[in-house]
Design a protein around this ligand. Structure first.
Ligand code: ATP
Length: 516
């Protein structure tokens, strides 16, 4: 088994080598936690956004989309709580000089030191007892497991209390009392914990002096809330209904060492669903299920799980993450939050504008409750890539074992759908025919024409890009108008008439399969 760290490194270099992702400002030695998407990356990103947008806006009569500005009135961030509370607790190790988020340091300690021990005991016992193993019974009676569970509960209780009470001294005490060490250096020499606000600020207007402080939005959701009545009135939606938005968000993250998992400039896909107060938990459950299905359609074999929040944000009465097993462990991919009427109520207070909805069904007016689904485009991108990149043992033309690198991206999301490859570059009859096919198919699919290198090498290149189909044009094509169609996943090759190509391949590439 390859080490997780090596798998992740390989993924990052694959992204660069094949034009998916580049470090921002690379020729100037880069800008930390900011990335650019290359030719294939931007295609994949667009396809992810399209899949999300279609599943929300196209498939739901009662969800509409907007595109609000990144700059917004500064009071919005006061009302939303971001000015006062959008902080992460920061701690430095004095020996290694490494900076950490105190909360993730504690969470990682629990996952790597305590949960791992418990799981090991359980797996050992499962093997020992075989069929008769009763996991629940074992967990509640085995002395080592019970001791570790109690330890975990003790840490969690102190951690949650410190976070809820904003008590940075208590948070540091959790780290010190449990002997949590710097993962880099093993040192226990910690600074105090300080709160750090994650919003980027800038000045609006020609003269910075005296100008208002403006924030780069740290989430797209507020653009939806402040447009709630505009949208509701102009589209005559009735509750329950949703507003969806895709757009950039900015956070001055304390630690950003995990490639595009945690960036300082990233993109979100958020949907706020407005419901009658008291019905929010039903909708919360519904959206949990809908969103999990959306993920499973893309990666049926992916490791996904729900993780209920231990610390609820200031606006939420229920919150869950959909976690994905990245090469560095299970981490948040998407959040589903029941936000109550916190945001609309607060905007009503700060703006002095009534944000009520008149509900004709109950003949009453109220501030709607909100269930939100919020996912990062870039994190989804990383999840897809980590699921898709595989080293596979195959046989070469001579029957010898060899390895091929293949990106098994879902065909409907793959950046290039079809590669068109004349077998011989110098044969104009073949290249002409290939161009003809390219010019026909390009109206339906994102195609790539490639005539350089031996055919086997070109197949490998398309496998590494994740192209679902390769079409090869050879001498027989000139004689009978058929081509070889090669499937990325099975590597199977069939002979097919040019006229039948489009219909044959369209099926697998169609986004409708995913959406259904
Ligand atoms: P985390 O706990 O990982 O910092 P969060 O709980 O602050 O994330 P949310 O505010 O719920 O995240 O944001 C919604 C989604 O936006 C996340 O599920 C994630 O997919 C994405 N996201 C948040 N922060 C970043 C970031 N810095 N870089 C990339 N994506 C992000």
């Amino acid at each position: 088994m390859e080490k997780a760290q090596d798998v992740f490194k390989k993924l990052i270099s694959h992204c660069k080598e094949y034009g998916y992702i580049f470090q921002s400002s690379e020729i100037y030695d880069g800008l930390s936690a900011v990335y650019d998407y290359g030719p294939y990356g931007s295609e994949l990103k667009n396809n992810i956004k399209n899949y999300w947008w279609s599943s929300m806006v196209k498939l739901h009569e009662n969800i509409v989309g907007i595109d609000s500005a990144i700059f917004m009135h500064p009071t919005i961030w006061k009302a939303s709580g971001h000015v006062d509370a959008f902080n992460d607790p920061m701690i430095d190790n004095k020996d290694s000089k490494k900076r950490y988020r105190a909360d993730t340091l504690i969470e990682d300690f629990i996952a790597n030191k305590i949960d791992k021990k418990i799981n090991k005991e359980v797996e050992k016992a499962r093997k020992r007892f075989g069929e008769s193993f009763d996991e629940a019974e074992f967990i509640s009676t085995n002395p080592r497991v019970v001791a570790n569970t109690e330890k975990k509960q003790g840490i969690m209780a102190a951690f949650t209390k410190a976070m809820e009470e904003d008590d940075m001294e208590a948070l540091k005490a959790v780290i010190v009392d449990n002997g949590i060490v710097c993962p880099e250096s093993g040192s226990r020499e910690w600074t105090d914990v300080r709160q750090f606000n994650l919003m980027f600020a800038t000045k609006m207007g020609a003269i910075a002096e005296g100008a208002d402080t403006i924030y780069l939005r740290p989430e797209t959701a507020q653009g939806i809330f402040v447009n709630f009545l505009n949208v509701q009135k102009t589209t005559r939606q009735k509750i329950p209904f949703g507003i969806a938005q895709i757009g950039k968000a900015f956070r001055n993250e304390i630690v950003a060492r995990q490639f595009i998992f945690r960036m300082r400039e990233f993109e979100q896909m958020e949907m706020q669903f407005f419901v009658r107060p008291g019905t929010e938990m039903e909708w919360y459950e519904k959206w949990k299920e809908t969103r999990m299905n959306w993920h499973k359609a893309v990666s049926p074999d992916a490791k996904l799980k729900f993780h209920d929040h231990d610390n609820l944000a200031h606006y939420a009465n229920a919150a869950v993450d959909i976690e994905f097993e990245f090469p560095f462990g299970f981490k948040e991919l998407e959040g589903i939050h029941s936000r109550t009427d916190f945001d609309l109520k607060s905007h009503q207070e700060h703006s002095n504008k009534k944000l009520h909805y008149f509900d004709p069904e109950i003949n009453d007016s109220y501030i709607p409750y909100v269930v939100e689904t919020s996912i990062g485009v870039d994190r989804m991108f990383l999840a897809i890539m980590s699921n898709a990149l595989q080293d596979e043992e195959v046989l070469d033309a001579k029957g010898n074992k060899t390895t091929r690198v293949v990106l098994r991206i879902h065909p409907a999301l793959a950046p290039v759908k079809v590669a068109i490859l004349p077998l011989v570059k110098k044969d104009e009859a073949l290249t002409g025919k290939a161009r003809e096919i390219f010019n026909k198919l390009k109206f339906s699919f994102n195609c790539q024409y490639d005539e350089k290198d031996a055919i086997g090498k070109r197949y490998r290149r398309q496998d590494a890009i994740g192209t679902p189909y390769c079409i090869t044009i050879d001498q027989q094509t000139i004689d009978d108008n058929t081509v070889t169609l090669r499937d990325r996943d099975s590597m199977e090759q069939i002979r097919i008439a040019i006229d039948a190509l489009e219909e044959h391949i369209a099926d697998k590439l169609d986004m409708r399969a995913l959406l259904a």
